[in-house]
Design a protein around this ligand. Structure first.
Ligand SMILES: *Cc1c(COP(=O)(O)O)cnc(C)c1O
Ligand SMILES: [Zn+2]
Length: 558
């Protein structure tokens, strides 16, 4: 493997020493790995074909000499999942989720920890210090356990107890700091200095940024599998795809820095022709990068006391990472954006209910950002978008749920009465739900649209749902079932939604049934006046989220 460590300040090139944290020439802590691309290009990507789909697949572009099988946990190689339901709601047919929850400790920090610990092991380190908002320490602890490295984990007292206990479970020493994350980093640095221990330097750690490149490699390779090879790709010189956008929630910003570098290296190899627009998303209560970028500042103004419940993202002072990321965001025509905690918790629910993906609040920040950028028209409906789902929610935090999120079945009394268990169970279950649910007819000629609306209705509430696939079927079904609500598509072959409405409104039995029109079409003035007074609500497909739609439904059924 041919690479050097290049100083970003003086340009000095040195061989990689995992335990060194400074440029030997000027002492700068800002350095990066630089590969001999002519050399790498001779064998990449032909060589990788027969390797397993994990992070080490791209080892020519990683700063590790021999990946050590003993410390691996199956890092990288997470699925790229098409978000069909969410995509339909947002009007984004090419929306993909990089599911980093599926790493060994359920966050994308597993990439960082796998490569960093592998390097430190090669470098002979046996004890180290890291400050963390939770996930880095969990992941480093897991790999450190395998590698025989003792970790001192400095976390703030805001880190949830479950995360602290997981760090401790892996055998690391948790040091709890009551103060900000930036303060915890300072204390950790001082502790490491006094004891002469190696300290993880976050985005300044060579292996951290290098590890995040594998996100770019995997996304490019997976998109090519899903969407086909781009024009100009041949067997001899295959090309991979670049999405239009890479969206990620950020704290220190290491993820997007690595993704940018990864696509940059693929471009040097001639395998992609561009780097995606980067969209780093922050929590509004701690958004130094977003605020500074919006003000046009070249350096970030730190946020001294972060005000967000999403502690994973509480880096108040991004320092030089902002300067680098700002350049990359501007160059790729990306944006920085922030979202509130509430928007993020809502996005977390939307993602779970519509896509079956339970993300931690910090990861949901990226999805709330996506919603905002689509609404603002920054992300276009034709764009291919990859959102990094950075971490799993374990466990779902209590404050996310209001009252009544469980329905309780108590069988203790029943058991005492010694009734037949089966019967007791059934009658207990009967108490759980009312006898009659509001009845809704969904009319749409496309099965994806019917499934989406069915999913929205069933995700939060009890409805009896009927489906009609044509105007003719709709009229018959509605006249027979007399539902509490009709959700009607307009554009259908033969009898369209307008005609269905005419029939319903002219029959006294169906004349007063409320109707929501859900249409993919921008209506003309003429069409709008035809609907006037005929319907109760108009929802444009691709322009509403599930909970907004449910609000309309609830309001009309009451
Ligand atoms: C670390 C982390 C982030 C922020 O990542 P950076 O690229 O380092 O800013 C986002 N989400 C989760 C779940 C994380 O663990
Ligand atoms: Zn230097």
């Amino acid at each position: 493997m041919s690479f050097v460590i290049r100083c970003l300040d003086c340009g000095h090139a040195a061989p990689f020493m995992p335990s060194s944290t400074h440029c030997p020439n000027c002492s700068s802590q800002w350095r990066e790995a630089e590969y001999d691309m002519a050399e790498v290009g001779k064998t990449f990507p032909a060589q990788i074909k027969n390797r397993p789909f994990d992070l080490w697949r791209y080892q020519e572009l990683l700063p590790i000499h021999t990946p050590n099988p003993i410390i691996r946990l199956g890092e990288g190689g997470t699925p790229l999942i098409q978000a069909v339901n969410l995509g339909m709601m947002l009007g984004l047919p090419n929306l993909f989720i990089k599911d980093e929850r599926q790493g060994p400790t359920h966050s994308f920090k597993d990439r960082q920890a796998a490569v960093t610990i592998a390097a430190l092991k090669e470098g002979g380190i046996t004890e180290m210090v890291a400050a963390s908002t939770g996930n880095v320490a969990i992941s480093l602890s897991a790999y450190a356990a395998r590698a025989g490295i003792k970790l001192w984990a400095f976390v703030t007292s805001l880190v949830p107890g479950v995360k602290m206990r997981e760090i401790a479970l892996y055998g690391s020493q948790v040091v709890k700091i009551t103060g900000s994350y930036d303060q915890a980093k300072q204390v950790a640095a001082e502790f490491a200095r006094q004891r002469g221990l190696y300290q993880d330097m976050g985005a300044r750690t060579i292996t951290a940024v290098e590890s995040m490149k594998t996100l770019a490699f995997e996304i490019a390779e997976q998109l090519t599998m899903l969407q086909g090879a781009p024009p100009g790709s041949t067997d001899d010189s295959p090309k991979w795809r670049t999405p239009d956008w890479y969206v990620q929630s950020v704290s220190g910003g290491m993820g997007p820095l690595g993704v940018y570098k990864g696509f940059g290296e693929l471009r040097q190899l001639g395998m992609v022709d561009r780097i995606p627009a980067l969209a780093p998303i922050q929590a509004e209560g701690c958004a130094p990068m977003v605020e500074s970028w919006k003000k046009g500042l070249e350096k970030a103004e730190p946020v001294l006391s972060p005000k967000t419940r999403i502690e994973t993202l509480a880096t108040g002072d991004p320092g030089r990472t902002y300067v680098m990321l700002r350049k990359q965001v501007n160059e790729t025509h990306g944006v920085f954006e922030s979202v509130t905690d509430e928007e993020s918790f809502r996005a977390m629910h939307v993602l779970a209910k519509m896509e079956g993906i339970s993300a931690e609040p910090a990861a949901a920040v990226a999805f709330a950002g996506l919603f905002k950028l689509v609404r603002a028209g920054t992300i276009k409906s034709t764009d291919t978008v990859v959102v990094n789902c950075t971490g799993h929610t374990m466990p779902a935090e209590q404050f996310l749920f209001g009252e009544g999120w469980t329905r309780d079945v108590d069988l203790r009394e029943k058991a005492a009465q010694a009734v037949i268990p089966q019967e007791g169970l059934l009658s207990a279950l009967n108490n759980v739900t009312p006898n009659r649910f509001p009845r809704v007819v969904v009319v749409d000629d496309t099965s994806e649209a019917r499934r989406l609306i069915r999913r929205i209705l069933q995700s939060q509430g009890d409805f009896e749902i009927f489906e009609a696939t044509s105007g003719r079927e709709a009229i018959e079904l509605i006249t027979r079932e007399l539902p509490d609500l009709v959700i009607l598509d307009l554009m259908m072959p033969e009898i369209d939604g307008f005609a269905v409405l005419d029939v319903l409104r002219s029959d006294p039995k169906t004349a007063n049934i409320p109707v929501i029109v859900a249409t993919a079409k921008e209506l003309t003035v003429d069409e709008k006046s035809r609907l006037q007074g005929q319907i109760q609500s108009l929802m444009l497909k691709g322009d509403f989220l599930n909970d907004e739609f449910l609000e309309e439904v609830r309001a009309l059924i009451r």
